[in-house]
Write a protein that binds this ligand. Sequence first.
Ligand code: TXA
Ligand code: MG
Length: 486
Amino acid sequence: MPEKETKYLSVSDEDLQIGAAILQEGGTVIFPTETVYGLGADARSPKAAEKIFEAKGRPSDNPLIVHIAEEEQLNDLVIEIPEKAKTLMQAFWPGPLTLIFKKAECVPTTVTGGLSTVAVRMPEHPVAKKLLSIAKVPVAAPSANLSGKPSPTTFLHVKQDMDGRVDAIVDGGNCRVGVESTVLDISGEIPVLYRPGGVTKEQIESLIGPIQVVTKAKEGESPKSPGLKYKHYAPDAEIQILRGSMEQVEAYAKQLSKEHKTAILTFDEFPAFPDHIITYSLGSRNNPEDAAHRLFAALRNLDLQGVTYILAPEIPDDGVWSAVRNRLYRAAGENIISLAEKSVLFVCTGNTCRSPMAEGILKEIAKRERLSVSVSSAGICAGNGSASQNAIQAMQEIGITISEHHPTQLTFDKIQDADLVLTMTTGHKQMILQAFGQCENKVFTLSEWAGESTDILDPYGGDLAVYCACRDEIQELLEKGWRKLK
Ligand code: TXA
Ligand code: MG
């Protein structure tokens, strides 16, 4: 787009008059709101709205939010105001809640991305309020970032993205909430939440009853809220959400930072990381508002430092955390890495022959293939002492020591803790399902897991040759199946 001469405005009455006049004349003005900065233009004018799409590089089917200063302005924009909407407006306007209504004729489809509905919000920020009241026009305003980038929450971030792309920018300091408004479609039978934000699902439901939540586009379907289909809020660095213990996260970060400039989003309660790993705290684990306030600034700051990877912890999914989680996970393109070890439990009758051999063999394969698995075994009716002498010897022949093994009894806890339970026979499997229930999806016979069907019979009482044959059978199945543990 051709370079514009961007005017920089303060929040003085005089400057806001200038900003309002630019809006009235069909120009573009960036202004602070309590959520993030917005890139505004007259919502009644298709031409003015087009300038927004151009400045942001935004796809034209992604609709804009219309900002108003007075409730009366809503009457001109929508054809009906449902009762539930009135309740929510009463409680949360002005504030970070956007409501989607059936649109009136006068709202151009440029603003609504061709939809028959329109999103409206009344911001609470004093500067936004004043600018909108002086301008006296409804103002379409998406977040003032280049399309796909994190929304700007400071004047500096706005300037970085938008200098020369808009007519004016009002410097209003930092935004309080830090993530965009909650978006709720109130135009249909059941309200649908498309974007979690500062007003939470729990707060909404306490006033108007159950709502639906649709924050991801289903694959192959075109989403009701077009914004859902675009990658969003993304910094240049690759974000990875890490699932695992603190120790695993630290080990992973250390490893990655050997070759790449690596940063990690932390909370104040986290232990310190080595100096060469850049840390950026989102505040306290107990303060989602603070995390929301800091998130986008964190992503932009780390980009400026030129990091290649931004590692992030898992975020809860309730209250204001939902908004933080939604932005972070979308910025990450749902790139979630599980560091937790998979745990595999082998089960036979006495835990003296078959399952200890299977345990020994899988541990060996795991070492060889660098699989992150923890392996154990147990018996439905566990014996005493150690593994049977023939089992120990059969394993010794292939270089695996199981002489330290002690038979242990299968318990409910062991089943619960395991990600995968592999039994020697169908009988064992059925016993487990009957005794413990609700674990069908992780209990298999070793054969069926490896794509075969025969049971592994008990070598107990047999000579060494019988044990060796049993060992080979188990080994063959594990060699077939281990890739599933990757
Ligand atoms: O906090 C905010 O809402 C900020 C500030 C500036 O007010 N604005 C903002 O706008 O975040 P934007 O354009 O970045 O996000 C608008 C979201 C998009 O995901 C869009 O798809 C959705 O609202 N949306 C807008 N109109 C819609 C409609 N008629 N139906 C469904 N979704 C709609
Ligand atoms: Mg946006």
